[in-house]
Ligand binder design. Structure first.
Ligand SMILES: Cc1cc2nc3c(=O)[nH]c(=O)nc-3n(C[C@H](O)[C@H](O)[C@H](O)COP(=O)(O)O)c2cc1C
Length: 234
């Protein structure tokens, strides 16, 4: 099974997204998946210009010479695409959204009806695959992920890919010794690895495993105090 992980964190492997992903990838590897990790940050993409040439004069190809061609090939060939991003202003990061804008050449421009809803058909060469989400956020509540989950589920539908579920870690400062206050997070990291293994082996992740990943490590009042100490203006 081929898995493409797209890490949308500007901090790449140094951030919480990268920290969670390293354990998730380990689990997927243990389940014998072939993993490719790419970063949206640093790709020389610019914005999609909305010219629709990829649907008209050069079907399936962008008229701009860009770094997206190999990325589209990877998406094309992946059984599972894992979208990984920190929550930024209640959604995904800008570089990840830009990358996803550039996936339009994978679709036909013409509309078709699927589930009584207008969609674009996938181009014939695009492998029907699946999507999963890995995300972290700074606040403590799970509803901070709601807009992002809604967005990624909509993208999955439009790309005709089944959505397999989300690995979500709120209060993601768990790799920062000062912010985790000595809390033991071993079970969380083990659960992230287990979720990766489950995703590849079972095509879904257990609710109990996902709940362990999201569990509280410090009471919310204490989190607020810690954040005041770290970011409160003097
Ligand atoms: C520009 C920006 C916007 C953010 N917006 C949110 C937000 O809307 N909700 C939230 O819970 N955390 C928010 N955060 C916190 C990040 O999700 C959190 O710091 C995360 O761990 C960063 O992931 P990384 O270490 O992989 O970069 C924001 C951080 C930044 C820098």
């Amino acid at each position: 099974m081929k898995v493409l992980v797209i890490n949308g964190s500007p901090r790449k492997n140094r951030g919480s997204t990268g920290g969670i992903l390293s354990h998730f990838v380990e689990g997927m590897k243990e389940a014998h998946a072939e993993i490719d990790v790419i970063f949206s940050e640093g790709l020389d993409l610019g914005d999609c210009r909305g010219c629709f040439n990829c649907w008209t004069s050069t079907p399936g190809k962008c008229i701009q010479d860009d770094e997206m061609v190999p990325v589209l090939e990877k998406i094309d060939n992946a059984d599972i695409v894992v979208i990984a991003t920190p929550v930024y202003v209640d959604g995904m990061t800008g570089s990840l959204k830009t990358l996803l804008d550039w996936t339009i050449p994978l679709l036909h421009g013409a509309f078709e009806l699927r589930d009584d809803h207008c969609r674009h058909a996938l181009r014939e060469h695009v492998k029907p695959g699946k999507f999963a989400l890995v995300s972290v956020c700074g606040f403590t509540e799970m509803d901070n992920f709601d807009p992002l989950i809604t967005h990624v589920k909509a993208i999955s539908k439009n790309m005709n890919r089944e959505f397999l579920g989300s690995v979500l870690r709120p209060y993601a400062w768990i790799f920062d010794p000062a912010q985790k206050q000595g809390a033991d997070i071993g079970d969380i990291l083990d659960a992230v690895k287990e979720a990766g293994r489950q995703l590849v082996s079972n095509g879904k992740m257990d609710q109990a495993t996902l709940a362990t990943i999201a569990r509280e490590i410090i009471p919310r009042d204490q989190v607020i105090q810690l954040m005041q100490q770290s970011f409160g203006e003097k």
